[in-house]
Write a protein that binds this ligand. Structure first.
Ligand code: SF4
Length: 94
């Protein structure tokens, strides 16, 4: 039986830090092509484009892979830190 990426990600557990999201997108009118690419590159689908063409982020489901940090390292549009202790993803292995 083939298991999809979405099914595998659903097995993980997340403790969301609502008071201090560990990743933020800087306010912008028009995203750079690199920021826009995150709507496809994030494996957890955390980045979406809104009706105004801006890129929004919901850290729910973030697997802390660092892809967005690397992709936007040169643009500075993404502020990335690890979650505080006790928050973030808990992987289910196996
Ligand atoms: S760290 Fe990875 S999973 Fe989390 S928002 Fe960035 S690209 Fe998505």
């Amino acid at each position: 039986m083939t298991v999809s990426v979405e099914q595998r990600l659903f097995q993980n557990r997340y403790q969301i830090d609502h008071d201090r999201p560990h990743i933020r997108v800087k306010p912008h009118d028009k995203p750079s092509p690199l920021l826009l690419a995150l709507t496809h590159a994030c494996p957890a689908g955390c980045y979406t484009k809104n009706d105004h063409g801006q890129v929004e982020l919901s850290v729910d489901g973030c697997v802390e892979c660092g892809t967005c940090r690397i992709v936007c390292a040169t643009t500075g549009e993404v502020e990335w830190t690890y979650p505080r202790g006790g928050f973030g993803v808990s992987y289910k292995f196996g």
